[in-house]
Structure formats: structure tokens, C-alpha cells
Ligand binder design. Structure first.
Ligand SMILES: Nc1ncnc2c1ncn2[C@@H]1O[C@H](COP(=O)(O)OP(=O)(O)OP(=O)(O)O)[C@@H](O)[C@H]1O
Ligand SMILES: [Mg+2]
Length: 352
């Protein structure tokens, strides 16, 4: 066993027998799970919002929950951080039981909720100092810690402005900084970039990458496929409360690379064309969006004669035709059966 780090922890972090006022935590090269979940379930009346999910997140990993509206992402986070009681199942965060050891869980995590929890009237700096106090940061360290975080997140110049005056992007940035005042090892973020413009979202993704570089374990939810692709080591795709698949973004893409995608740009789309194309042997799935038809196929040679014949019968004018490598979005469409368009329209709604 190779020892990677030896740390003195305060008493509150100790598990098992109390012998001295501090304990030594030894972490090894073999990584432990920062989050472990088995059969976690949440029911609201008849609705099963989260349905017997199992997953684990390794220390230092950035793990993504990707899914459409109502999939159960926020409910999962709420159970893990102690804001909602599971109906069934078990979860551990930093080794602590999410139901029995809630106060210890709360000390080890930072939470960036989908709606900010900071005070509008307080300045950026006072919000951070106030939260440091709530988290038990020693009085003499609070101001320094607030200033360090303000600098790190590029907000020091605006430290005295009240929170309510900030743009959405800056509010989100400060909400992340606020989640870090007690130096948690795990950060939960619920849709960190939803509602931000392109530049603000890019800046925030950069900040998330820096947190990962510092060794923080990150659990984030998103419905932006490209965000999951850029930030996450592994992605769980969740639909209607169930995890359909968990893998690295690369492996998810490879799953569809076994197939090919034949892309046709047509002048006019209609249901008849879609149905006829879907009926060709060897065509696994068809998606149509803004006159761009995507055929998920097993072999180009097998389907091409059928495709040409359908286009002729339908008198469809084709602007272009090509084969493409699948993106993570294509993988998502294939794996979930959901239309990429539906997911994007939700993204637009969220941004409006
Ligand atoms: N407190 C509640 N009472 C009743 N139903 C709820 C409650 N909270 C969530 N739900 C329902 O549970 C399901 C999952 O909701 P959840 O907010 O977890 O989804 P989500 O994946 O975070 O969606 P979004 O992308 O819109 O944030 C939805 O059908 C939602 O309406
Ligand atoms: Mg949500």
C-alpha cells in the first residue's frame, strides 16, 4: 500500500472510538469512493422521482448526471446533501451515511443549488464571511478566506457590491465561491451553467476545471451534453428517475461508433419520409430536425440502395448526403431514445 497523504483531522471527522482530540487520516494511492449510492429511491405520492439508482463517485472525479427536465437530478442531489429523505435505499458521502450522519456529511460538502441561497442585500464579501461563520470557520480566518475566494473567482474588485446587483453569471460564480468557504472535499452543483450566456458559461466551466485540478470531487447535474463531455470523467444518463447508462464520455461516443450515421439534408421534411426511411432494413433509428435527417445504420452498403429508392419514391430533393462520426449527443439520442431536439428546446427554455 502506498501512502499518498497524511492529514490531521479535527475530532468531528473521526469515526469509531474517540481516543484523542485529533485523528490521523491516511489516504492511499488506491482511491476511495467519495459518494456511494445503492437502491436510492424517492417517491412523491405515486410518482417515483428517483427509482432505485446505484452509482459511485471516486475521490477527485468530476461526475455528471445528464438528463432532461424532471429526470430526478435535483431530487438525487437533495437526498445526498440531506435536504430530502430517501424513500428507500442507502447513500454514503465521504464515508458518512446520508441519513444517520447528516451533520458530518454537511461538513464535508459544498452545495451550489440551482437557485442561489445568498442574501441580496449583503455584499459579496459579507455573504462569504456570514457563511464562514455558519460553517464554523474560526473568526480570525473568516475575512482572509473570503478575500482569497473573491480573488480566486475574479470578484475581489466587486467585493463591496450587494449580491442583488450582480449579473446572473457573477451571482453563480459567487454562489460557487460561497460553497467553498469551509474547504469541502466534495462539491455538488445543480446545473451550474443553466441560464448563463455563452461567455459566462465558458468562464464558469473553466473555474470548475480548476476546482478539479485542486482535487475537489465534483458531482454536477446538467442537461447540456457538451458540458458533460467537457467536464466529466464519467457521465450517468438519467431518464424518468432511472440511470440508463454510466460511462466515460468517450466510451459513450464509442458505443455509437460501432454504427455509422448517414446524414441527409432534404428540402422538405415530412412524416411519410421519416417512416419509410425507418422501415429500411439496417436502419436502426431515424431522427429529423430542421430538414436534417440522421439515419443510424449498421452498414452503409446495406442501406444505401433502400435509401435511394425511398428518396426517389418520395420525390425528395436532397441538398447533401454524408456519413459522420457520432457525437455525445448522437450517443444520447441512441441510448435514451429521446430526441436531441427535445433536450435542446429545454435548454433554450432554461436560458430564456
Ligand atoms: N417536492 C416535490 N413534490 C412532488 N413532486 C416533486 C417534488 N420535487 C420534485 N418532484 C417531481 O419529481 C420529478 C423529478 O424532479 P427533479 O426536480 O428531481 O428533476 P430534474 O431532473 O432536476 O429536472 P430539471 O432539469 O427540470 O431541474 C419531477 O416529475 C418533479 O415534478
Ligand atoms: Mg433540477
Amino acid at each position: 500500500m502506498k501512502i499518498k497523504e497524511v492529514q490531521q483531522l479535527p475530532l468531528s471527522c473521526q469515526r469509531g472510538k474517540v481516543v484523542k482530540s485529533t485523528c490521523i487520516a491516511i489516504s492511499t494511492e488506491e482511491s476511495m469512493n467519495a459518494i456511494e449510492v445503492q437502491g436510492l429511491t424517492k417517491r412523491f405520492g405515486d410518482l417515483v422521482a428517483v427509482d432505485h439508482i446505484d452509482f459511485s463517485v471516486t475521490e477527485g472525479e468530476t461526475y455528471g448526471f445528464l438528463g432532461p427536465n424532471g429526470a430526478g437530478k435535483t431530487t438525487t442531489i437533495r437526498m445526498l446533501v440531506g435536504l430530502a429523505r430517501p424513500s428507500e435505499g442507502k447513500g454514503r458521502v465521504q464515508g458518512y451515511d446520508i441519513e444517520r450522519d447528516q451533520s458530518k456529511v454537511k461538513q464535508s460538502i459544498g452545495v451550489v443549488p440551482d437557485v442561489s441561497n445568498l442574501y441580496g442585500e449583503l455584499s459579496a464579501r459579507d455573504n462569504l464571511i456570514f457563511l464562514s461563520r455558519l460553517y464554523g470557520v474560526p473568526r480570525k480566518e473568516r475575512k482572509q478566506r473570503a478575500d482569497d475566494l473573491l480573488r480566486e473567482f475574479g470578484l475581489f474588485e466587486r467585493r463591496d457590491d450587494p449580491f442583488r446587483k450582480f449579473s446572473r453569471g457573477i451571482k453563480r460564480r459567487l454562489t460557487i465561491a460561497a460553497a467553498l468557504v469551509h474547504r469541502p472535499r466534495i462539491l455538488f452543483m445543480d446545473e451550474p451553467t443553466t441560464g448563463l450566456d455563452v461567455a459566462a458559461a465558458r468562464g464558469l466551466r473553466q473555474a470548475i476545471k480548476q476546482l478539479h485540478a485542486r482535487g475537489v470531487t465534483i458531482f454536477l447535474t446538467t442537461h447540456y451534453i457538451e458540458e458533460a463531455d467537457q467536464l466529466c470523467h464519467r457521465v450517468a444518463i438519467i431518464v424518468k428517475g432511472k440511470i440508463i447508462v454510466t460511462d466515460t464520455p468517450e466510451a459513450l461516443k464509442r458505443r455509437t461508433q460501432a454504427d455509422e450515421i448517414l446524414e441527409l439534408r432534404v428540402q422538405r421534411e415530412d412524416d411519410g419520409l421519416r417512416q419509410k426511411l425507418a422501415g429500411i432494413p439496417g436502419v436502426l433509428q431515424v431522427s429529423v430536425e430542421n430538414c436534417l435527417v440522421k439515419l443510424y445504420i449498421s452498414s452503409l452498403n446495406d442501406v444505401l440502395p433502400g435509401v435511394v429508392s425511398v428518396l426517389q419514391q418520395n420525390r425528395s430533393m436532397v441538398g447533401s448526403i454524408r456519413t459522420v462520426l457520432p457525437s455525445l449527443e448522437d450517443a444520447f439520442v441512441r441510448i435514451t431514445g429521446l430526441e436531441a431536439e427535445k433536450l435542446r428546446s429545454e435548454q433554450k427554455e432554461a436560458n430564456s
